[in-house]
Design a protein around this ligand. Sequence first.
Ligand code: GCW
Length: 662
Amino acid sequence: MMKISCFLLLFIFPFSCIQAEDGSKLWLRYVPVSKEIAQSRSITVAAENPIAVRAQQELITFWRGQSIDLKLDKKLPYLKDGFKITGHSERIKVVANEPVGLLYAAYHLLKLQETDQQVSSLKVEEIPSFDIRMLNHWDNLDRTVERGYAGYSLWKWDELPGVISPRYEEYARANASIGINATVINNVNASPQILNTAYLAKLQGLATVFRRYGIKIYLSVNFSSPKILGGTSDSDPLNPEVILWWKNKVKEIYQVIPDFGGFLVKANSEGQPGPQDYGRTHAEGANMLAAILKPYQGFVMWRAFVYNPTTEDRAKQAYQEFVPLDGAFSDNVIIQIKNGPIDFQPREPFNPLFGALRKSNEMVEFQITQEYLGFSNHLVYLAPLFKETLASDTYADGAGSTVARLTDGTLRPARKTAIAAVANIGDNINWTGHHFAQANWYAYGRLAWNHQLSSEQIAEEWIAMTFSKDKSIIDAVKEIMMTSREAAVNYMMPLGLHHIFAFDHHYGPEPWGDQKGGRPDWMPLYYHQADTIGVGFDRTASGSNAISQYSPEVANIYGDIKLCHDQFLLWFHHVPWTYTMKSGRSLWDELCYKYDHGVMQVRDMQKTWDRLEGQVDQQRFVEVQSKLKIQAKDAVWWKDACLLYFQTFSRRPIPYDIERPV
Ligand code: GCW
């Protein structure tokens, strides 16, 4: 029956059957080479390792160029898991220190091929920026994904370990192709059940697949696991009974997953349990786990995303909790810090914890899934956002102390450096819900590998591999992508506004939001502070003084209304509606123009895309087009809702050359 229907389908839709353009292939659209080509060159590998052999296989199958020799050279530790490629028109030589370096080199070569770059004389040396390049899945055990907009979780717990879905391997391969080497497969709001023996067997199934691509599994753990799973009297990190429980559990994990990476912990944050429940500090909690993981070379990623509904500015709280603990964390603990001090907003200044923690390992956490950026309905290319944080100068160790250099080991040597991002991947056929959201997964991986790459370069690579190598198409799509983040900021939260999202789901606007009885620090009013005088959160010395958490060089700029960049103005200042902006307009008029400009930018994105009809495959063309329509409507919704609401405070007219609210 199955055979017949597929056969019939081949007759009716011959093209679509042969060439799936549903986005399922991501950026990995290499075509197997012909027999003639395969016979005309040789791809050798001087290593028995299965990952090295996989590298060879990828090249045998897809490499159209000259012969290649892959070799492991253990005398090149400076390469880490990177590689060296040298070559001329006859032969290419690839050397790596680690087997996975050969695999990364294979994908590098294939990328050169797929993006039409010359490979006749090569001199490449790539050493990754960060050692641990990690995805964080917020996947629950019931297969829902917290803040996931691409369907259910990829992990089919009910079938594992008996059934190994082919998508696990596709996932691992896609990650390896961009250098991702670590994955936390469950939600930071962690179910203790993930540590159950039955789940460990399922994890073993996943780990076996991921290992072939050099990817280590990590787990989010619930700090109350000993009590809930093990029946200990409490989960106090200093209780010997609790420590013993963790010891045995970690031993059990390493028995089934010998290369297990470690734990990610969200503790005493948003209702999660933690060491403070027992009067212990974050450091005491983290170090207890770190000591147990250390003999296995495991790590603890301890999140700094902590805040409570107190009178203190939420933006200040993580710093206040963690800076006093600086120096108290073990060397296999890495403090995982969200890029900004609030929560993955369309734009935030960098988190002041970066650099302020002087004696602790620190790493950035980004969010690829678009919780605050229109879910998988809006096209927002995130490389510019990632780069903005990484390039921010904290001045912590003098000029040039960017977030990137503070966390990649160049300024402060670390045992292992790391970077993480919350994944946007689900079981949708196209993986990420929006075809362009694939670019954000790709861009994150590329920047984790090399944070100096430009957003444009990453976009070009991705477009060439995903849509077309045609220069005019690349230019058009790149223009859409490069506009998109700023457009989203403009139509959602320009000039430093933040967190004025609809309550809880965070999709649309709700600057008026005031859920009676809800936490005040989850209400938009808390963040925009609009009144008849002006709008914005005063974080200078006359307000919450959050600027004092930054180095003087930064604080002097952010804290001075005249010097503060427009993009952060309302983040740091409560500004009168009549205030004259750098553009010469009043703040109110500027706000109107920004919102309006955001709408126009999305319309331009639509027009540019529409012109590509017939030049990219019809299925993805229509799917992207439909989503852009939603985005354009939403942009108008944001503009109208926010302007009409803020107008009740500003009591000023909307300038005439701005599209009237409907
Ligand atoms: O962004 C907020 C989200 C929560 C999330 C939390 C966190 C996983 O709204 O859904 O919980 O951050 O990062 O822990």
